[in-house]
Write a protein that binds this ligand. Structure first.
Ligand code: ATP
Ligand code: MG
Length: 571
């Protein structure tokens, strides 16, 4: 491609509303332009990157035996009523009506549509298993679209769905996708981790998020410093501590103390001159089927998802003022386990063996000090119900966990029979018995993956594209296009590379060299070859690698071979 025939509208200034570097660089390099909040046009340079990324995804999906199709973007409401999601999906689902007042939505995901397609086409165990996928538009009316295509409202997703005859088959399909995702993100040249995610009522290890490691990531992930355990914060477990109860001779005298209007851990700590690790935080939850008091140490945070899974309840929310009063006899801020009756008390492992703690007194403006579990109250159970953090013990090997940040680029999930049951996607087994198909779903955000790659690979001058998704492999900078000889040398090299199927961009613009080199760094093509005065005078070309900054001079006669040699690492 010749630059003068292409469209790369680079920007010098950092756009004001772009907070993260990938968003800034995608705008500045002319990959995207904003149309409305969370809605972007992908320009030709960005399109090349998106297509290269999609192609790698497609190749690995095909290799795993998945079949590509395209599903409609506009989906009839009836399907969502059938699955039961029309009224629960919330505002991310953009609903609309056609001229006949029929309700539709823009597809935020395609479980309903694919289940409808498959139930109409598959009726026998002989047709299973099958995995189908598309690479297509999604629309989610995100509450806070931001970071450009990273959290957009309209975006491209690869979504795949597997259908199996039984659980064991569904698990095999899941593992195939796990392997395919690992190949995809490795081929894309990304530093990533597959982390365990909460799989809700299905349980087990059947939800993984693929996280690109980046400090700017919105997600916190927990990684073991010694083994390969990794999970997102919702899911990350902590090993049960091996702590004995403290000896009673160390117990202080239980006392009620006045704490006027001191409701938060910070207020209580500064008033009583103690630290949060010496406080029992008591949180009252409504399970929809009675209240539960959860206890965590004052310097720890409750993990509501772990608590909900532990309690095996379908709903869980923090109690409102009324329920707190009813359970504790006091307004919010003064709940404590001493004297608490009529509710289950679940204590986090972190409180095991703690002595002489501070807790709420179940009375307005009162706390109690020197609270000791074995003497002053008892709990129904100890459980792992807090958010894991740095230094907590790995559930697999007991070594310390560490936290780091990531960007979720992919998510694989075993669905079970949720949709096949509600939508009647059945098949007949060898005995003629009817069963619901066992499903899985698997997503990759293509635009988010590109943004994550840039987030991970850039410098102060611009993007450093991982070679597999670079819009071009080689950039030839023709320093002076009005110089006949330079022009000829550059054109010859360009044609020769094109003839060998190399993705090459020739910067033949009549611009100052400084501008060309700045743009070259900004758009981040892996190898830059400069045809300037040296080429004519000494028969030498400059080759410069964007990633390492390494620069060599190659004699004209060798240049073509040198570039081809470098290519396996650049394509
Ligand atoms: P998030 O937690 O970030 O909102 P999600 O859990 O809703 O994502 P999934 O439903 O698992 O996302 O979608 C699969 C993939 O689609 C995600 O892993 C991500 O790469 C991509 N994706 C989801 N939402 C967006 C968005 N608003 N913009 C761009 N990509 C997205
Ligand atoms: Mg997800």
């Amino acid at each position: 491609m010749r630059y003068t025939q292409f469209l790369i509208p680079t920007l010098r200034e950092v756009p004001a509303d772009a907070e993260v570097v990938s968003h800034q660089l995608m705008l500045r390099s002319g990959m995207i332009r904003k149309l409305a909040a969370g809605i972007y046009s992908t320009l030709p340079l960005g399109e090349r990157v998106m297509q290269k990324t999609s192609q790698i995804v497609r190749e690995e999906m095909n290799r795993a035996g998945a079949l590509e199709l395209t599903l409609p973007f506009v989906q009839p409401a009836e399907l969502w009523h059938e699955s039961g999601r029309w009224n629960v999906y919330g505002k991310e689902l953009l609903r609309l009506k056609d001229r006949n007042e029929r309700e539709f939505c823009l597809g935020p995901t395609h479980e309903e549509v694919i289940t409808d397609v498959v139930r109409g086409l598959i009726s026998s165990y002989k047709q299973l298993p099958i995995t189908l996928y598309q690479i297509h538009i999604k629309f989610r009316d995100e509450i806070r679209p931001r970071f450009g295509v990273m959290r957009a409202r309209e975006f491209i997703m690869k979504d795949a769905y597997s259908f199996d005859a039984d659980e064991a088959g569904a698990e095999r399909s899941y593992m195939k996708m796990y392997a395919a995702y690992t190949n995809i993100f490795a081929r894309l040249g990304l530093r990533f981790r597959a982390v365990e995610a909460d799989s809700g009522p299905i349980g087990g290890s059947f939800s993984h998020e693929f996280m690109v490691l980046a400090d700017t990531g919105e997600d916190v992930i927990v990684i073991c410093s010694a083994c390969d355990y990794a999970a997102n914060t919702e899911k990350a477990e902590i090993l049960a501590p091996d702590v004995r109860d403290a000896a009673p001779d160390r117990f202080g005298v239980l006392e009620r103390v006045a704490t006027p209007d001191m409701r938060t851990i910070e207020e209580v700590c500064s008033f009583l001159k103690t630290d949060p690790a010496s406080v029992i935080k008591t949180l009252v939850f409504d399970t929809g089927d009675g209240a539960v008091a959860a206890l965590v140490r004052g310097d720890h945070d409750i993990n509501e998802i772990k608590l909900k899974n532990y309690l095996k309840c379908s709903e869980l929310s923090l109690a409102d003022e009324e329920l707190i009063e009813k359970v504790t006899g006091a307004p919010r801020g003064f709940a404590g386990p001493v004297g608490l009756r009529g509710v289950r008390i679940i204590a986090d492992y972190g409180l095991k063996g703690s002595i002489n703690m501070v807790a709420g007194g179940n009375e307005r403006d009162v706390h109690v000090v020197n609270v000791n579990m074995s003497r002053d109250f008892s709990v129904d159970a100890f459980a792992d119900i807090r958010l894991a953090g740095d230094g907590d013990a790995c559930p697999r090997c007991a070594r310390p966990l560490t936290t780091t940040r990531g960007i979720e680029v992919g998510h694989i999930f075993k669905l079970g029979t949720k949709y096949s049951t509600s939508m009647q996607a059945q098949f007949l087994d060898a005995q003629g018995q009817s069963h619901p198909m066992v499903m899985g779903c698997y997503g990759i955000g293509v635009g988010r993956t590109v943004a994550a790659a840039i987030e991970q690979s850039h410098d102060s001058d611009g993007i450093i594209f991982p070679a597999p998704i670079a819009p071009f492999s080689v950039l030839i900078v023709l320093v002076n296009p009005t110089d006949e000889q330079q022009n000829q040398i550059a054109a010859d090299l360009y044609e020769k590379l094109l003839g060998h199927g190399v993705d090459v961009l020739l910067d033949d613009r009549d611009e100052r060299p400084g501008i060309k080199f700045k743009d070259a760094d900004l758009i981040g093509i892996p190898l830059r070859v400069t045809v300037g005065r040296n080429a004519v005078k000494d028969g030498c070309l400059d080759m410069k690698w964007r990633k390492t900054g390494e620069q060599v001079q190659a004699p004209l006669a060798d240049a073509f071979d040198r570039i081809l040699e470098a290519l396996p690492n650049l394509q």
